[in-house]
Design a protein around this ligand. Sequence first.
Ligand SMILES: CC/C=C\C=C\CC(=O)SCCNC(=O)CCNC(=O)[C@H](O)C(C)(C)COP(=O)(O)OP(=O)(O)OC[C@H]1O[C@@H](n2cnc3c(N)ncnc32)[C@H](O)[C@@H]1OP(=O)(O)O
Length: 709
Amino acid sequence: CSDELFIRPLSLVLSAAVRKGITEAVARAFKDTRVKAVVLCGENGKFCGGADIREFAKAMSGPPLVPMIHAIEAGEKPVVAAIEEMALGGGLELALGCHYRVAHAKARLGLPEVTLGLLPAAGGTQRLPRLTGIPAALDLITTGRHISAQEALKLGIVDRVTEGNAVEAAVELALSVVGRPLAPRRLSNHATPLPADLDGVFEEVLVQVKRRARGAMAPVACAKAVRAAAELPYSRGLECERELMNTLFTSGQARALQYCFFAQRAAGKWSLPNGARWDNSRPRAVHTAGVIGLGTMGRGIAVCLVKAGISVVAVETEEKQLDSGRRAVRGMLERDAKRRGVTAPLHMITFTLSMQQLRDVDLVIEAVFEDMALKKSVFAELSRVCRPNALLCTNTSGLDVDELASVTDRPPLVVGMHFFAPAHVMKLLEVICGPRSSPETVATAMTLGKRLGKVSVAVGNCPGFVGNRMLKLYLDQAHFLLEEGASPEQVDQALEEFGFALGIFKVADLSGLDIGWRVRKAAGLIGPDVDPKFPSRHRQGRRYCPLPDLLCEQGRLGQKSGRGWYLYDSAGGKEARPDPAISSFLQEYRLRYGISARRITEQEVVERCVFVLANEGFRILEDGMAAAPEDIDMVYVFGYGWPRHRGGPMFHAAQVGLATVLQRLEFYHRQNPDIPHLQPSTLLRRLVGARSPPMQQWKQHIRSINSQL
Ligand SMILES: CC/C=C\C=C\CC(=O)SCCNC(=O)CCNC(=O)[C@H](O)C(C)(C)COP(=O)(O)OP(=O)(O)OC[C@H]1O[C@@H](n2cnc3c(N)ncnc32)[C@H](O)[C@@H]1OP(=O)(O)O
């Protein structure tokens, strides 16, 4: 119409073309005397997802964002942002440069740059604190969390929220403010509201930010930039923002975090050797699901399903377990509902002792004890009870999914769904594609995972799949390091400084040391022929460390028993304290076996633990158990506490340099010839021989691609 102008960016992101479009159209609108106000909106009902991350790796082209936003803010006609669905990163910064903001009630807003190893460098760190004050700006900028339109309204980030058409509401607002002074609406003119104890606030925030960051630089830089908004005039604050951004922009951490962004999305794009792919296989609709077993895993899985709107029939074998499972699941659902201010959907779950009640469900997730014979009996019964077209899924951390399928009447409808504990919290789901799992079955499990809010990664059916197959070797290294002279706390400290959420011994204590003990017994590594006083350090043709078995025999099962690699205040206690008894136990052990303890450096701890992970990752790629290095990395980032700012074990190996990884593995293998997993994998050698090509080309160096997915 004649007195307003709509400018529609062409895509979700602020690409060079979109920035050019906005810059030119705004200039035209400001010049055109018929135009009284401007409304900025996005295409297809989405305001803006921020800068185009793919452009970061290329030479800058098109108009830069900062002057574009300044020109909008400095304009003499009111500009209103109509925020539909999202205003993220540069998108929110653009909106902050507008004079008014209207958001749809369902819109999400945020400055997630920190999650990409960056900071909001189009004035975001300077404008937001001037609008919301320091504490809220620090929270949003250092965490990158998305907020709802309602929270944005409370914080003053948007001026109006509408349930109706946001563009129409923005036009209405724009027309109503024509002629009003614009100076008070320019955030760069505002003074930042300061808390009474500015130093105290920043000191406290920095401590928290550093603890959460686990070595990531961006959150700390974000806090520094906000501090500049508190202490400096806008133009100098902007310089500080730019300087901090310059350091981050080219950092390895930013590259790693941006790699993770795309790798996470790539993991959803699975393909099978038979040509079935994510985009040509139709998932089944899942309205009802059964969960068998209400132990820790089953409870978490049931909660996830109910929260995703799926009706659940939960089955246990004994009244007592059923009762405690029911109480636990209800409690979790009630706490979650309370937190979100909604009613707990307790009506969506039925608890029963009868498998017969599973006869009408679309899909069953079995989550009984990790025991093949037990799981087989459950699957045989499911075959009899369930509808012929119901999918049968097993939550297993390493058992053969195809062996289980073979006891059913429907091997193509059987798939593994490996959840991680606690299942309602952890983001990773390994979907184990058995050789007979049908494309529809895989598509259903992958899509269900996404619906449950998980990052689903398709993996092949080998012992331990991807995650636990690698974990076993990582844990072995940690145990060998103890034999050689390290302490659990020294190993954990080195790994935590590397950025792991928790050191490996703390993780082992948390999970329970008896889990691995049971697995080793099942694998025939522990048995009646092992001398309990002097257990052999070589089993099945390789070096074996009996230390964790000895601990289990002493009843030190980890956190749940109050003692494991660490000491806890009580059974189930949270705080892990170094235990002098472990130190004496290790000394006696070394003495018994004639091992002279040596000084082990942090470098050795990290290299041996981390490079062995990547080395096995290369073997997994060669075996066809994962489709791409990105999949392996996402398993580690989302399931094993790997520091996201290091990209994942495969990305890290590429970043360190494959030649260096090869050389260090060779070195450690020379020192420990009885640890075969320190021997560099064939693929690693081949890649180094091919002058370390980029990760996207690694697949071309696998001799015979034999996908087991
Ligand atoms: C001097 C420097 C000045 C300014 C600097 C500004 C910094 C920034 O703005 S950095 C970017 C900040 N924005 C984000 O971090 C948002 C990232 N995107 C998302 O969170 C989500 O993608 C979403 C926008 C909320 C949409 O989610 P959803 O609907 O679930 O779709 P997806 O599968 O996630 O994405 C679809 C498709 O789009 C690609 N994509 C999304 N955002 C970006 C982006 N910012 N840049 C490039 N590409 C993006 C995503 O990879 C998907 O691509 P496929 O090829 O389909 O996988």
